[in-house]
Ligand binder design. Structure first.
Ligand SMILES: [Cu+2]
Length: 145
């Protein structure tokens, strides 16, 4: 029994999960009954295996999607991304006007200083947690304070 538990512990320390991080995740405050929010940050793959992130969700939203903003003839629209490739040793930026996580059906308004739990799923099957920080309504990058 003890040996079995030890094996389980070893298996749970997936070699992949620790090498992907969603760093400096942030979003804007959502005043006045807004029901969705875009989350930005930096997906970092510090391992030596390419990884695909297939979803980033939050328990504080009904649903979530990976989105990419695309500009065409002065019009910007959001396109759903099935998965995000993060090559070994590189990072992928999620930023205003580009990639973001769209949280929809927010359970409550987010106010500056709040933290929002996120859950990442990788194609390899590994899952990991991240935390996003809520900034002001006109925030353009990670809120430092
Ligand atoms: Cu979006």
């Amino acid at each position: 029994m003890v040996r079995f538990i030890l094996l389980m512990l070893l298996c749970c320390q997936s070699a992949f999960a620790d090498e992907i991080h969603f760093a400096n995740a942030w979003l804007r405050a959502t005043p006045g009954g807004m029901t969705s929010a875009a989350v930005y940050g930096c997906l970092i793959n510090s391992g030596d295996v390419d990884e695909f992130v297939v979803s980033i969700t939050s328990e504080q939203a009904e649903s979530a999607m990976l989105h990419r903003s695309v500009s065409n003839n002065g019009m910007t629209r959001m396109v759903h991304a099935d998965e995000i490739l993060v090559k070994a040793g590189t990072q992928v930026d999620f930023e205003p006007g580009g990639l973001h996580v769209m949280l929809m059906g927010l359970h409550k308004p987010f106010i500056p200083g709040d933290t929002v739990p996120l859950r990442l799923k990788l194609k390899s099957g590994a899952e990991l947690n991240a935390t996003a920080k809520v900034g002001g309504i006109a925030q353009l990058r990670y809120p430092r304070q």
